[in-house]
Design a protein around this ligand. Structure first.
Ligand SMILES: NC(=O)c1ccc[n+]([C@@H]2O[C@H](COP(=O)([O-])OP(=O)(O)OC[C@H]3O[C@@H](n4cnc5c(N)ncnc54)[C@H](OP(=O)(O)O)[C@@H]3O)[C@@H](O)[C@H]2O)c1
Length: 339
C-alpha cells in the first residue's frame, strides 16, 4: 500500500496495513458503494452485559482482515441501545482515525422504547430513533440507515419518506430495508426512487436452512439494482460443528436463549447438519466456512453478515473466502440434504 496512506502516524491501535489485500469487495446493487464479502453484525456479544475487551478485539480483528462494514440496530444489546454505546466507545478509543474507511449501519423498526412512538415505521419513530443512535455512537451520520421490518399499518409512503428525509438531513448516506417481502420491496424501491433516494440494500435472513429469499426477492433486487446482505448466515450457529455433540455451555442456545432456543435444535436438524458437515470437510472447509461460501457463490449477494462470539470464530469464518466454488455434484448433494 502507498506510503502516503501509511497508518504509522496514528496513535494507539493501528490497523494492519495489509487489511485490504485480505478481502474482496462487492458493489451493492447498482450503487457506488462497495461492501466487504463478509460484514460483522453486533446483535449479540456487544451489549453492556458482555465483555468489553472481547467486543473490542472482535472489531479490531474484523477491520484488520478487511471487514469495513459493521451492522447495528437501535435495540441491539442487551439492554437495548447498549451495543451502539459499546460501539461508540470503541470507535472513539480505537477507530477515530479510520471513520472514513468504515461503513456503519443502524436500524429502527422493532420495539425500542415504551409508548406508541418507539416501534414499527412512523416518521416520528424513525427520525427520533436515528437521533438517539447517533448520540449513543458519537457519530454525526451513519452510512446506512434501515427500516428494520415492514410495518403493516403505517403507509409505506410515510416510512420511505422518513428514510428520504434522513438522507437529505445528512444523518445517513444511504438507506435500506430489512425483511421486506418481494412484493413490499417492489413498492418500497419505487417510492424511494421517485423521492430521489434509491434503496441501497435489502437485509434479509438467508442461509442454507432458511431460503425464503429464493422465492422472488433476489430476482426483484437484481432487477431493481438493489444489493443484498444476508443475515444469520450460520442460522445463529446451527450451521457450524458446535451442536453436533450436544449443547456447549458457552453457545448462544444455552447461554442466551432469547432468539435461539435449545428445543429448536432437534435430532432431525442435527442429522442434516452432520451430513452438511461431512461435505464441508470433504471440501477442506469447516461447516461455517461452507455455509458462508454457499451464499457468496450467488453474485446477487453483496455481503454475508456474520456474528461471532470470539475472534477465533471470525477468523474461521473469514477463511470461507478461500474457496467459493462449488461443483455441480456438490450442489446436488447439498440440495438432497436440505430438501
Ligand atoms: N435485520 C434483521 O432483522 C437482523 C436479525 C438478526 C440479525 N441481524 C444481523 O445479522 C448479524 C448476524 O446474525 P447472527 O449473529 O445470527 O449470525 P450467524 O453468523 O448466523 O451466527 C453467529 C453465531 O454463530 C456462532 N459462530 C459464528 N462463527 C462461528 C464459527 N466460525 N464456528 C462456530 N460457531 C460460530 C456464534 O455463536 P455462539 O455464541 O454460540 O458462539 C455466533 O455468535 C447480526 O449481528 C445483525 O447485525 C439482522
Amino acid at each position: 500500500m502507498s506510503k502516503l496512506f501509511n497508518d504509522s502516524n496514528k496513535k494507539g491501535y493501528q490497523a494492519k496495513e495489509s487489511r485490504y489485500d485480505k478481502m474482496n469487495y462487492r458493489r451493492s446493487g447498482k450503487s457506488g458503494l462497495l461492501l466487504p464479502e463478509i460484514s460483522l453484525g453486533l446483535w449479540h456479544n456487544f451489549g453492556s452485559t458482555d465483555d468489553f475487551k472481547n467486543a473490542e478485539n472482535l472489531l479490531k480483528c474484523a477491520f484488520d482482515n478487511g471487514i469495513t462494514h459493521f451492522d447495528l440496530a437501535n435495540n441491539y444489546g442487551p439492554p437495548y441501545g447498549s451495543a451502539e454505546s459499546t460501539f461508540g466507545k470503541i470507535l472513539k478509543k480505537d477507530f477515530k482515525p479510520y471513520r472514513d474507511e468504515l461503513i456503519i449501519s443502524t436500524k429502527a423498526g422493532w420495539d425500542m422504547w415504551p409508548g406508541p412512538y418507539g416501534n414499527f415505521g412512523s416518521r416520528k419513530y424513525l427520525i427520533s430513533s436515528l437521533d438517539q443512535s447517533l448520540q449513543r455512537m458519537g457519530l454525526d451520520y451513519v452510512d446506512i440507515f434501515y427500516h428494520h421490518r415492514p410495518d403493516p399499518e403505517t403507509p409505506m409512503e410515510e416510512t420511505m419518506g422518513a428514510l428520504d428525509h434522513i438522507v437529505r438531513q445528512g444523518k445517513a448516506l444511504y438507506v435500506g430495508i430489512s425483511q421486506y417481502s418481494a412484493e413490499d420491496t417492489l413498492k418500497a424501491t419505487k417510492i424511494l426512487k421517485d423521492l430521489g433516494t434509491p434503496c441501497l440494500i435489502h437485509q434479509p435472513r438467508y442461509s442454507m436452512l432458511d431460503r425464503w429469499v429464493e422465492g422472488g426477492l433476489l430476482d426483484v433486487l437484481e432487477n431493481k439494482g438493489v444489493g443484498a446482505i444476508a443475515f444469520s448466515p450460520l442460522n445463529q450457529g446451527i450451521l457450524t460443528d458446535k451442536y453436533l455433540a450436544g449443547f456447549p455451555e458457552d453457545s448462544r442456545a444455552v447461554k442466551d436463549g432469547r432468539y435461539l432456543k435449545t428445543d429448536q435444535i432437534d435430532e432431525a436438524l442435527i442429522l442434516k447438519v452432520k451430513q452438511l458437515n461431512e461435505i464441508a470437510l470433504s471440501r477442506g472447509q469447516s461447516l461455517a466456512q461452507m455455509a458462508i461460501a454457499w451464499l457468496l457463490k450467488d453474485k446477487r449477494i453483496t455481503s454475508v453478515l456474520v456474528g461471532a462470539s470470539r475472534t477465533e470464530q471470525l477468523l474461521d469464518s473469514l477463511k470461507a473466502l478461500e474457496n467459493l466454488e462449488f461443483s455441480k455434484e456438490t450442489l446436488i448433494k447439498i440440495e438432497g440434504i436440505l430438501k
